[in-house]
Ligand binder design. Structure first.
Ligand code: ADP
Length: 400
């Protein structure tokens, strides 16, 4: 099963995209619809609202008087909190029930208008944001939904801005064009990403990466790393001592193979093993083969270079997760090289030359291990310079 978080500003076309996903077979959990259901006439949710806010909130038909409810909470944050405390847990419970009832291979789409505002993105393996700019959304809300323009504008202003939503988006569906164009984008998302991601997740399988290809630095890399890091930190809970973006995509300006490398620090590899199942469930299955970095002269003890190695189930985002003991030689080495390469332009240029050569020698061989192996001698030779830089600059690793 895959749970997808779907969001977008009001009028962006979220419901339109959700309908198309349902046509493909997605199970939709619509949080707006559930928020109405849990306070419908005769519900115990509505009974609690009446108890809290008074019988005048009840309309003559036994339904919640929504305009009156809205005016009560509009100017009173404490009242809004009380209302949310009644509605939100019930919506969560109903969502959980619907998800539990879905088939094991379902693609569940949770339509949550305030997903970004509620900081829920790390709870989903994938967040899809539908985007249309604010003026277009006003036009659609006024035109096709008949909403007064002032209402449309004030609702838009009360929500997260486009930048915040964009930062949360693993997939941005642009709905600036026609509904047909949106449908086509949803169809492609379904076939190329959601279906294989669901299958990989269920089978705890890492999505295959292609042969190494150096590409220009993508300004989205840090945000992609941050989203994955937030998910991993959430899974790791108190076993996690921090998730860092490492490797070439963490070095601004450096062309790189399009792979996000992350390092999760743990107290011990027993903790890493205890997390393996939960990481797999969250979309980061274990790769059983590589459990060890090559020891270096600075610390030849192989035990200090052991790690656990995971990948990503998402075919749209190749990712390598290195789980290492905080303070171990391998852990420190990854951070030292990242920070040295960030600081030293000449070292960056030199390393780029090595990468280009390794890329050429790998050809169409998509074994990630071979590409790493080919670059290894340069790292060994450069280590004294990195260490010198660390001493001279007073570099400290994140744990001091
Ligand atoms: P949301 O669920 O994000 O609030 P909707 O899917 O309800 O947004 O879309 C808002 C309105 O705009 C609806 O009336 C919908 O039919 C219309 N709409 C959606 N996408 C487009 C589009 N690409 N072009 C024109 N109108 C659209």
């Amino acid at each position: 099963m895959l749970r997808v978080g779907l969001t977008g500003g009001i009028g962006s076309g979220k419901s339109t995209a959700a309908r198309r996903l349902v046509e493909h077979g997605a199970v939709l959990v619509d949080s707006d619809a559930l928020a109405r259901e849990v306070v419908a006439a005769g519900s115990e949710g509505l009974a609690e609202i009446v108890e809290t806010f008074g019988p005048e909130l009840l309309g003559p038909d036994g339904e919640l008087d929504r305009p009156k409810m809205a005016s009560v909470v509009f100017a009173d944050p404490a009242a809004r909190d009380r209302l949310n405390a009644i509605v939100h847990p019930r919506v969560r419970r109903r969502s959980d029930e619907l998800i539990a009832a879905a088939p094991a291979d379902a693609i569940v789409v949770q339509d949550i208008p305030l997903l970004v505002e509620g900081r829920m993105s790390a709870f989903f393996p994938l967040v899809v944001v539908v985007h249309a700019d604010a003026e277009e959304r006003v036009r659609r809300l006024v035109g096709s939904r008949g909403m007064p323009e002032a209402d449309a504008r004030s609702r838009i202003a009360a929500q997260a801005d486009d930048d915040a939503r964009r930062a949360a988006a693993d997939v941005l569906l642009d709905n600036s064009g026609t509904p047909d164009e949106l449908s086509a984008a949803v169809d492609e998302l379904w076939a190329r990403r959601l279906v294989p991601l669901e299958e990989n997740l269920r089978l705890r399988r890492v999505a295959p990466g292609g042969p190494p290809r150096l590409v220009d630095p993508d300004p989205q890399w840090p945000a992609q790393a941050a989203r994955a890091a937030a998910r991993i930190a959430l899974v790791a809970g108190e076993h996690g001592l921090g998730v860092e973006h490492i490797g070439s995509t963490a070095v601004p300006g450096l062309p790189a193979n399009d792979v996000i490398d992350l390092q999760l620090a743990v107290r011990s590899l027993d903790d890493a093993d205890a997390l393996a199942g939960a990481l797999g469930e969250a979309g980061f299955p274990a790769r059983p083969t590589i459990t060890q970095d090559n020891p270096k002269p600075i610390d030849p003890d192989p035990a200090h270079w052991r790690k656990r190695y995971h990948g990503s189930a998402d075919p749209g985002r190749v990712l390598h997760l290195h789980v290492r003991e905080a303070g171990s030689a391998g852990w420190r080495y990854a951070l030292l090289f990242r920070d040295w390469l960030r600081a030293d332009e000449a070292a960056r240029a030199e390393y780029l030359g090595v990468k280009r050569q390794a890329e050429r020698r790998c050809g169409d061989d998509s074994d990630a291990g071979r590409y790493v192996e080919l670059k290894e001698p340069w790292f060994d030779a450069a280590l004294p310079r990195a260490e010198r830089w660390a001493t001279e600059s007073g570099w400290r690793s994140p744990l001091g």
